[in-house]
Design a protein around this ligand. Structure first.
Ligand code: ATP
Ligand code: MG
Length: 332
């Protein structure tokens, strides 16, 4: 069976980009693959998180993932910090990762510019090493992610190759799996920036728990352009319209020709309205199921405990192998 691993940070509320770029693929591949989905709390604290909020967001994220269709019978859903092997292994991988590789990461550059320079943590720089440990510990074949993570998965391969070269064949080289449509959902308030949990603008994103009214409001305010052509386009000035069309494409599964024909002669107002309705319909069943899980914390704990146990059963022996490879004396 193909083994899949992917993660998501409890760094804020889940948005449409997380769903279309990552989670929907996780759900779709569940039946035929062996799946590990990780709530990466160690990653979340690379930027400041209020402790009480982090706790709440972690549970909310778990409930939402189940509501999106992650089935604990078919997939292992767990919290990263419940499996010590991740933090341990990232140390060792960090020791074979040249600093220059990390400075080149665009996410580090973008996020460190946003933070005040002196408050950028070491963790933000070494984040991709921890991500490499997350993936390599499970011998994952595939890592389904949004386009922004492509560079990190390539780095994971580089780290794995370097370790294998230095210490002998240990890690499998994973590949990123990126959806054709919805791989990079842009912010509604600024279509030149990807939608992110950590952005705070009121009209930046649609969150998975948003009410229909809020979704309509956010879409009404979506930044477009002064023209009137509703077409798929890479032109920078069409980024807003293109983003709306891609969301529509991703949620309806219609072809680009069909979509352009459908909107021919219509205005941006119509486009925004229709996209809002398509989003509302897609989120409705998720929101209904979310209510069920959000009200059953005991069930959530049970699922996460089973997940952690299953994850440890894979990650711990692998972490031990890594230690043996580098020459550590293992405890008797
Ligand atoms: P943060 O701002 O805290 O980094 P995030 O919104 O980028 O949050 P992550 O937890 O970092 O979310 O990423 C989880 C998954 O969602 C990854 O696979 C990532 O590629 C995907 N993803 C994040 N943002 C988008 C987006 N705008 N479009 C498509 N996929 C996305
Ligand atoms: Mg991110």
């Amino acid at each position: 069976k193909v083994r899949v691993l992917s993660g998501i940070q409890p760094s804020g509320r889940l948005h449409l980009g997380n769903y279309l770029g990552a989670i929907r693929q996780w759900v779709q591949g569940q039946d035929e693959k062996e799946n590990y989905f990780c709530i990466v709390d160690l990653h979340a604290i690379t930027v400041w998180q209020d402790p009480d909020k982090l706790r709440a967001q972690t549970r909310e994220l778990a409930a939402l993932l189940l509501a999106c269709g992650i089935d604990p019978q078919k997939s292992t859903l767990f919290i990263q910090s419940h499996v010590r092997a991740h933090a341990e292994t990232q140390w060792i991988l960090g020791c074979v990762t040249p600093l220059g590789w990390l400075y080149r990461m665009t996410q580090f550059k973008a996020k460190s510019e946003k933070e005040k320079q002196e408050s950028v943590s070491t963790g933000l720089l070494t984040y991709p090493v921890l991500q490499a440990a997350d993936i390599l510990l499970y011998d994952a074949d595939e890592v389904p992610v949004g386009e922004d993570q492509k560079q990190h998965i390539e780095l994971t391969r580089d780290i794995a190759q370097r370790f294998n070269h230095l210490y002998g064949e240990t890690f499998k080289l994973p590949k990123a799996v990126i959806p054709k449509s919805g791989a990079r959902v842009m912010g509604f308030d600024d279509p030149t920036k990807k939608m992110s949990k950590s952005e705070v603008g009121e009209y930046h994103a649609v969150y998975l728990t948003d009410s229909p009214d809020r979704i309509r409001k956010v879409l009404r305010r979506a930044v477009t352009d002064s023209g009137r052509e509703i077409i798929f386009s890479d032109a920078p000035e069409k980024a807003g319209v293109n983003n709306l069309l891609q969301i529509y494409e991703s949620l309806t599964g219609k072809s680009r020709e069909e979509i352009e024909a459908h909107f021919a002669g219509k205005g941006y107002g119509d486009l925004k309205k229709e996209v809002a309705e398509v989003i509302i319909e897609a989120l409705r069943p998720i929101q209904e199921r979310y209510q069920v899980y959000a009200q059953d914390p005991a069930e959530l704990d049970r699922v996460l405990a089973i997940g952690a146990e299953r994850a440890r059963a894979v990650a711990e022996p692998k972490a031990e192998e890594v230690k043996r490879r580098v020459g550590f004396v293992l405890p008797k």
